[in-house]
Design a protein around this ligand. Structure first.
Ligand SMILES: Nc1ncnc2c1ncn2[C@@H]1O[C@H](COP(=O)(O)OP(=O)(O)O)[C@@H](O)[C@H]1O
Ligand SMILES: O=C(O)[C@H](O)[C@@H](O)[C@H](O)[C@H](O)COP(=O)(O)O
Length: 159
């Protein structure tokens, strides 16, 4: 999804998967959920790379679970510029089915339940978030997001 959006916007795409310390990768591969402590260095590295890419190219696209509100607030604060969180809204069943079909370097489907247990759904009343049904086609999701970008440009909450 993120790659498709980035192609449309001619923007860099940075998948959060690339920014985990090796210890996190091994933990997830072994089927153990990450803790808050495990996630901070990952969020820090991913956000720093996104901020750098956005400084060069105006906008950058990242993909990440960013399950909790404190993680998203951290990303926004550290970026120091408007960040739009696109929440791909889907049931455990749909996401579980897709995960079972995809091939992934380290992420087992068994971690999905703990991810849903940790998830704090972004709140549109207090967060800069756009909710999109994950069952929409990739093209439709890209169109929905690009249609919202003016809102992103005028978002000043952290400035
Ligand atoms: N809108 C969509 N409609 C149908 N299948 C999708 C859609 N978005 C993603 N998928 C499928 O779901 C899986 C995961 O998509 P992806 O965007 O790569 O997410 P992730 O990075 O979380 O794996 C892939 O198998 C992809 O083909
Ligand atoms: O495609 C995926 O399934 C995710 O991108 C995954 O690989 C990611 O790195 C973890 O979701 C991080 O762990 P938490 O979701 O527990 O923060």
């Amino acid at each position: 999804m993120g790659a498709a959006l980035a192609r449309t916007l001619h923007a860099p795409f940075l998948d959060g998967d690339q920014f985990h310390p090796e210890a996190n990768v091994e933990k997830m591969r072994a089927g153990t959920p990450l803790t808050d402590e495990d996630r901070w260095p990952w969020l820090e590295a991913h956000t720093a790379a996104l901020t750098q890419a956005a400084a060069k190219k105006d906008v950058a696209i990242g993909a990440s679970s960013a399950l909790r509100r404190i993680y998203r607030d951290f990303i926004t604060e550290k970026a120091g510029e408007p960040v739009l969180f696109v929440y791909l809204d889907g049931t455990r069943e749909v996401i579980g089915e897709r995960m079972a079909k995809r091939s992934h370097e380290y992420m087992p489907t068994s971690l999905l339940d703990s991810q849903f247990a940790t998830l704090e759904v972004p709140d549109p009343a207090t967060e800069n978030t756009l909710h999109v049904p994950v069952t929409d086609s990739v093209d439709k999701i890209v169109r929905t997001i690009t249609g919202e970008l003016d809102h992103l440009k005028s978002f000043k909450r952290w400035q």
